[in-house]
Design a protein around this ligand. Structure first.
Ligand code: SAM
Length: 212
């Protein structure tokens, strides 16, 4: 059988430059439903398994590496998952510029690049500026779900959210339904790390609705 091309799955690939202003999730998915965004989807393992497990949820995967983006679109298309869209773009700018206030139910951030060198810490995705954006975009009681193998980055994440005690409360990490019994999140990187017997750290934060 001929290899499927991206073109065949044009309905799954969402082009960043076609989104002008705030994204209309109901229009993009063709229905009004809960919206989950995964930042840095890699090969899309979480995305496909979770979307299959929660067909009632609309999933947007954001991945900036072209190679992985194409891989995910093809994978989602071949699985016939109608509740997934994939976008190739830089997630922080897209979220800040194109995601509306209180439109997202959950952000999934699994095994983000740890940028271990001190001079690179400013590149880390979990930053005060991005936490502000999660708060703005999440619906009341919306969740940021996080997993990493990097202990020092994990600590950094906790300290970053500690700066937002009036906006986020730490809650138990609820394992996504698409993960297997042995997994926390069910991503490709996690599978690799499990084989290497590395520790996996998880955490989650819930938006405290604005009382004013
Ligand atoms: C370490 S990999 C983890 C991939 C996947 N979450 C997993 O656990 O298998 C990090 C991924 O995030 C993507 N990425 C990193 N920063 C990003 C950003 N600012 N916007 C979109 N994607 C990003 C990278 O291209 C890479 O595929």
């Amino acid at each position: 059988m001929a290899k499927k091309t991206l073109k065949e799955f044009a309905n799954i690939a969402l082009l960043a430059d076609e989104i002008v202003g705030k994204i209309d999730f109901a229009g993009v998915f063709g229905r009004k439903s809960a919206v989950h965004i995964e930042v840095g989807s890699g090969k899309g393992t979480f995305l496909v398994n979770q979307a299959a497990a929660q067909p009632d949820v609309n999933f947007l995967g954001i991945e900036w590496a072209n190679k992985y983006y194409k891989f995910i679109v093809d994978r989602v298309g071949r699985r016939g998952l109608e509740n997934v869209r994939v976008m190739r773009t830089e997630a922080a700018s897209f979220i800040a510029g194109n995601v509306g206030d209180e439109t997202v139910d959950c952000f999934h951030i699994y095994f983000p690049d740890p940028w271990p060198k001190k001079r690179h810490h400013k590149r880390r995705f979990i930053s005060a500026a991005n936490v502000e954006q999660f708060y703005r975009c999440l619906k009341p009681a919306g969740i940021v779900n996080i997993a990493t193998d990097h202990q020092e980055y994990f600590q950094w994440m906790g300290e970053t959210f500690d700066g937002f005690k009036e906006k986020f409360e730490k809650v138990d990490f609820v394992k996504p339904a698409g993960a297997t019994e042995d997994e926390c999140a069910g991503t490709n990187f996690e599978r690799k790390y499990i084989k290497e017997n590395r520790a996996i750290y998880t955490t989650a934060f819930r938006k405290i609705p604005n009382k004013s």
